[in-house]
Design a protein around this ligand. Structure first.
Ligand code: ZN
Length: 109
């Protein structure tokens, strides 16, 4: 993996992911990213994006449940799926991407 900014070889590192999402500090441990020893740029492989997105989703759901914001988990997931479909269709309408599979993966939802 070569750095797209400075061209040096990037190094695979395992690091925790920590970020505030919807007002909650979400941590996902041991995500795999590539880091450039030259300029410090970080590259997130697709697998990592998928993995992190899934974990962040699970954690948000857990927090929301603990705080009593969600009563029915399945119902909530169904609503989120519906919203995702609408978002993708809107994106297609706006010409941001052509097909569903071109839609960007959301990490920081
Ligand atoms: Zn670099």
């Amino acid at each position: 993996m070569r750095c797209k900014f400075c061209g040096r070889d990037m190094v695979k590192v395992v690091t925790p992911f920590k970020r505030p999402v919807k007002g909650e500090m979400i941590t996902v441990k041991d995500i795999e990213v590539y880091r450039c020893p030259g300029c410090g740029a970080t590259f997130f492989p697709n697998e990592t994006i998928k993995h992190t997105g899934r974990k962040v989703g699970e954690k948000l759901l857990k927090v929301a449940k603990e705080r009593g914001r969600i009563k029915d988990e399945k119902e909530h997931l169904r609503e989120m799926e519906e919203q995702k479909k609408i978002d993708i269709e809107d994106g297609i309408k706006r010409g941001e991407y052509k097909k569903k599979k071109d839609a960007p993966l959301k990490v920081f939802t």
